[in-house]
Design a protein around this ligand. Structure first.
Ligand SMILES: NC(=O)c1ncn([C@@H]2O[C@H](COP(=O)(O)O)[C@@H](O)[C@H]2O)c1NC=O
Length: 518
């Protein structure tokens, strides 16, 4: 028999609640329950008592008042070792409630619907639920609070094993306080983003978001003298790095996560089969298109073999055995892919330190927000999810690009979007030849990228993440031997820049879109 005598169950998300309640009854626990939950339980043949019968008050005001009653809250909050509390219980006919299973009205889901009015949103604010959750969590010395259906089985097992002790109850209480905090945060976010006419602004006046620490703290942060941790964002709608299990290798580090994220964000933007190798958050080699996966990988690696050493490689197709063999020949830190064939796993198992991360999907990011911490605040913006449509581009030079130049420009443009500004990318035949990243002026970025590319750059295409403010950048890429360039346009000296391209028989495309990245 359990030391728990009575449980109160009141849930909106009714997943698994029948089985949980049945198991509690089997363990001799009495069940108190609210309208909809009680009906579901009774229909399933599980004995329970209505809270309204217990309190002597009917549920009223369309469910606004159900459990808000001293007989409920006294039963939860009474200190079992306090004579005064016990006397009050006896005096007022209050019964002890030892386990509370509550989850809240689905506010977030309700306001996510286009048709949700202010009144709908208000009616979806749960009041009685959070009161019980917080009361139980406060009195966790004696009361068990369960807010998450995925905890039902563990709680039952702990009851059976007699391990539902105070520390276990405190862990459940912490989860419960986080549950109500996130809930109230969502309410504040929603209402502080509402305009007077009920329409919604993208950015609420008060911005609350909850991040949940992934199991282990990281060995350190960006450098060994900095402590570091990784917190998952349950509200992110992209592929979360927290949802990419590490299949093997050394413990994943702070920089590994940042670089794997950067690499995967680029590879999933590319429509054809592609490989991205990243170092320090910038791509050093990218290849896409023709050939086997192993050949594509080899092209990406050879694009800058020196930088690729110790890099992070991202794939947008499951990793194959032949590619794994090539990877095993050199030193890589992390491989991230939407899958690994068994044969590839077997090959890479020999590289004991190599981390393999498996991503749940390689679909491009379509929305969401990006956050950047600055001293004293947080910059928030929509994610750069822009995918260029060739038909939206304008040819601004006398010479139009050839089909091959078009392909190389579009490819280089996709890469440049993921390179730190000022970004210049030379590419040919679906392979990067030189990447200029993070320079403080565009002409230096161009020179660095060209220097890296060497002779191979002749006949290549170039992408620039922002417009050329002067003709010097175009002159530099022409001198290096590039024949086509894609850039946003929009400089006051565009005429000069276009004239420079025309003089050197370069085909130039304006995208009208800029991809700064800092
Ligand atoms: N008003 C109250 O006293 C109250 N007590 C419990 N609730 C909520 O009612 C829901 C369950 O209702 P039902 O069992 O009728 O389906 C739960 O999400 C619970 O958090 C309440 N609802 C809203 O505040």
């Amino acid at each position: 028999m359990s030391s728990i005598k009575r449980a109160l169950i009141s849930v909106s998300d009714k997943t698994g609640v029948e089985a949980f309640a049945r198991a509690l009854v089997e363990r001799g626990i009495d069940i108190l329950s609210t309208g909809g939950t009680a009906k579901l339980l009774r229909d399933a043949g599980i004995a329970c008592r209505d809270v309204s019968d217990y309190t002597g008050f009917p549920e009223m005001m369309d469910g606004r008042v159900k459990t808000l009653n001293p007989k409920v809250h006294g039963g939860i909050l009474a200190r079992r070792d306090n004579a005064g509390d016990l006397a009050s219980m006896a005096e007022h006919g209050i019964e002890q409630i030892d386990l509370v299973c509550v989850n809240l009205y689905p506010f977030r889901q309700a306001v996510a619907k286009e048709c949700c009015t202010i009144d709908d949103a208000i009616e979806n604010i749960d009041i009685g639920g959070p009161c019980m959750v917080r009361a139980s969590a406060k009195n966790h010395k004696f009361v068990t609070i369960v807010v998450d259906p995925t905890d039902y089985n563990d709680v039952l097992a702990a009851i059976d094993a007699n391990t539902l002790d105070e520390s276990r109850r405190r862990a459940l209480a912490v989860k419960a306080f986080a549950h109500t905090a996130a809930y109230d945060g969502a309410i504040a976010n929603h209402f502080s983003a509402l305009n007077a006419d009920g329409s919604k602004r993208a950015f609420p006046d008060i911005f609350t978001r909850q991040f949940i620490k992934t199991a282990d703290e990281l060995r350190y942060g960006e450098n060994p003298h900095q402590a570091g941790a990784f917190y998952a964002d349950p509200e992110d709608d992209g592929v979360s790095m927290a949802d990419c299990p590490v299949l093997q290798g050394k413990a994943i580090s702070y920089n590994n996560i940042a670089d794997a994220d950067a690499a995967f964000a680029l590879v999933r933007d590319l429509a054809d089969e592609a490989v991205v190798i990243v170092k320090h958050a910038n791509p050093c080699g990218v290849a896409m298109g023709a050939g086997t996966q192993a050949e594509i990988y080899e092209r990406a690696r050879a694009a800058d073999a020196v930088s690729a050493f110790g890099g992070i490689a991202a794939f947008n197709r499951p990793l194959e055995e032949a590619t794994a063999r090539l990877i095993a020949e050199t030193f890589m830190e992390v491989i991230i892919a939407p899958g690994f064939t068994d044969a590839a796993r077997a090959v890479l198992a020999e590289r004991k330190n190599l981390r393999l991360m498996i991503a749940p999907s390689a679909a491009p990011v379509t929305g969401g927000f990006e956050f950047k911490r600055v001293n004293g605040g947080l910059l928030v913006q929509q994610r750069d999810a822009h995918i260029l449509d060739r038909n939206a581009c304008t040819v601004v030079t006398k010479r139009a690009p050839t089909e091959a130049e078009w392909n190389d420009m579009l490819f280089a443009w996709s890469v440049a979007k993921h390179v730190k500004s000022n970004a210049i990318v030379f590419a040919k035949n679906g392979t990067t030849l030189g990447v200029g990243a993070g320079q403080m002026n565009r002409v230096n970025s161009t020179r660095i990228a060209a220097l890296h590319g060497g002779e191979a750059i002749k006949g290549s295409a170039v992408a620039s993440d922002a417009f050329f403010p002067f003709r010097d950048g175009v002159d530099a890429l022409a001198q290096a031997g590039a024949t086509a360039v894609i850039q946003p346009g929009g400089s006051i000296r565009d005429d000069e820049v276009i004239a420079a391209a025309d003089e050197q028989n370069i085909a130039m495309i304006f995208t009208g879109i800029r991809h700064f990245r800092h």
